[in-house]
Write a protein that binds this ligand. Structure first.
Ligand code: MG
Length: 397
C-alpha cells in the first residue's frame, strides 16, 4: 500500500530556549506541547498516512508525556548528532517499519513549526514530482544588510528573489532517502536542510509560497506570539440554556418576550411573569456560570415585585459583557395553547434585541402548542425554553 509519510525532527536541544521544562518542542503552547501540535497537524491531515517523530534519547519520558497517541503515529525513533543525521534516522525507520507500507512521498518537518497549516501541507505535497522536491518558503520582507564585524553596513542585498526556507520539505521518498544516504556516505554533514541534501544529489527543488504564520519557534517571544495566535484561532464559544414556566390565572393580558398581549388570562408571578425573558436570562447566566435568575433576583425580595422583566435580561447582559462576552445569538421557544404568538413574533424579536442591545437578526422567537396534553395543554400555564450563544473574547483558557 503506497502512501504519504512524514518525518518530524524533534531531537534538537533548543539551546537558545533551554530551560527547566526541557527543550522547546516540549514546552506548553495553549494546552498542548509544541511537538504535539506539530504531530497533530500532520496526523489529522487527510493526505497523510504515517507520521514518525525523531527524538533525542534523553527525551523518551518527555515524549511519552507530551504527545498523545494517534492511529497514524508510529513509535518515535532516536536521532543522530545533527539535524541531517536525525532526518536519515527517521527515513530509515520508515523504510523498515512495515514491509506492507511503501512510502510514496515524504515530508520532513521541524517540530518547532507547530503553526503549519493544512493548506501548506497540501501545497507542498501537490508540488512534489519525480526528481523534484518542494519546500514551504516565504518571500523575505525586510531589507537585507550585510554587516561588517563592527555592525556597520557593508552592503545592501537585493531581496527580490530571496525567500526564507521553512518546512515541510517534501520529496519522493526513495529519492530523498538515496540523497541522504549518499551525503552520509560521503561524510557530508551539516547541510542546513533537506533541500540542500536534495540539491547536493542533483535534484531540483521548487519553492511553495507559505504564510509567515508557519514560523519557527526559536525564542521565548516566539512562543508568546504563537500562544496569542492560537488564542485568536480558538474562539471561546459558550452556549447556555434556560427554562421557565408560570401559571395562568384569571386576568386580561400576558407579557411574553417583553410584549403585552391582550388575553382572557394572565401569568401569575412575583414579577410580570414573562417566561420568555426569564428563560433568556437564565440562558445568558448559563454562558458565564453565574447562578440563575433566582439567585440574582430572589422571589422573596420585594424590590422585584411586579417589575418588568426587561430589567432581568438587561442585568444578565451586563454580567456577560463584564466577562468579555459578546452575545452572538438569543433563541427562545414559547410553549402555550393560547394566545397565538405568530402575530407578535416580530415585535418580540425587536423588543428582545432592544433590551439586549444586539441586532434583531441575532434574535429568534419560536412557538409551539403542547398538543392539548399536560399542564400547558390544559391551559394551566405557559412555558419557555431558551438558548444563548456567547463568544468570550480573548484567548481560550
Ligand atoms: Mg420565571
Amino acid at each position: 500500500m503506497p502512501g504519504n509519510c512524514v518525518v518530524i525532527v524533534a531531537a534538537g536541544r533548543g539551546e537558545r530556549m533551554a530551560g527547566p521544562q526541557g527543550p522547546k518542542q516540549y514546552r506548553d503552547l495553549a494546552g498542548a506541547s509544541v511537538l504535539a501540535r506539530s504531530v497533530a497537524a500532520f496526523c489529522n491531515h487527510r493526505q497523510i498516512d504515517r507520521v514518525i517523530v525523531v527524538i533525542h534519547p534523553d527525551d523518551l519520558a518527555l515524549y511519552a508525556a507530551a504527545v498523545p497517541g494517534h492511529a497514524r503515529l508510529l513509535p518515535p525513533v532516536f536521532g543522530g548528532a545533527n539535524r541531517q543525521a536525525s532526518v536519515l534516522c527517521g527515513l530509515e525507520a520508515l523504510q523498515s517499519a512495515n514491509p506492507a507500507f511503501v512510502p510514496d512521498f515524504v515530508l520532513v518537518h521541524d517540530a518547532a513549526r507547530p503553526m503549519v497549516g493544512a493548506a501548506t501541507i497540501s501545497a507542498v505535497l501537490d508540488a512534489i514530482k519525480p526528481g523534484r522536491g518542494a519546500i514551504a518558503a516565504s518571500p523575505v520582507a525586510d531589507a537585507l544588510k550585510l554587516a561588517n564585524p563592527d555592525l556597520t553596513i557593508a552592503q545592501t542585498i537585493p531581496r527580490d528573489a530571496l525567500h526564507a526556507a521553512q518546512t515541510p520539505q517534501g520529496f519522493v521518498f526513495s529519492e530523498i532517502l538515496a540523497a541522504h544516504r549518499a551525503a552520509a556516505g560521503k561524510a557530508v554533514s551539516g547541510l542546513s536542510d533537506d533541500a540542500a541534501v536534495a540539491q547536493a544529489a542533483g535534484m531540483a527543488v521548487v519553492l511553495v509560497p507559505a504564510p509567515s504564520a508557519n514560523f519557527k519557534i526559536t525564542l521565548e517571544s516566539d512562543l508568546q506570539i504563537a500562544r496569542q495566535m492560537l488564542g485568536s484561532f480558538l474562539p471561546d464559544v459558550r452556549t447556555g440554556n434556560g427554562y421557565d414556566v408560570h401559571q395562568l390565572e384569571p386576568g386580561d393580558h400576558v407579557t411574553l418576550c417583553g410584549v403585552k398581549i391582550p388575553h382572557n388570562r394572565s401569568l401569575k408571578g412575583h414579577s410580570d411573569a414573562d417566561v420568555g425573558l426569564h428563560a433568556l436570562t437564565d440562558a445568558l447566566l448559563g454562558t458565564i456560570g453565574d447562578g440563575d435568575i433566582g439567585s440574582h433576583f430572589p422571589p422573596g425580595d420585594m424590590q422585584w415585585k411586579g417589575v418588568s422583566s426587561d430589567r432581568f435580561l438587561a442585568h444578565a447582559m451586563r454580567l456577560v459583557r463584564a466577562k468579555g462576552g459578546q452575545v452572538t445569538h438569543l433563541d427562545v421557544s414559547l410553549v402555550c395553547e393560547e394566545p397565538r404568538i405568530g402575530p407578535h413574533r416580530e415585535a418580540m424579536r425587536q423588543r428582545i434585541a432592544q433590551i439586549a442591545g444586539i441586532a434583531v437578526e441575532r434574535v429568534a422567537v419560536k412557538a409551539t402548542t403542547n398538543e392539548k396534553i399536560g399542564f400547558v395543554g390544559r391551559g394551566e400555564g405557559i412555558a419557555a425554553i431558551a438558548t444563548a450563544t456567547v463568544v468570550i473574547l480573548g484567548p481560550a483558557k
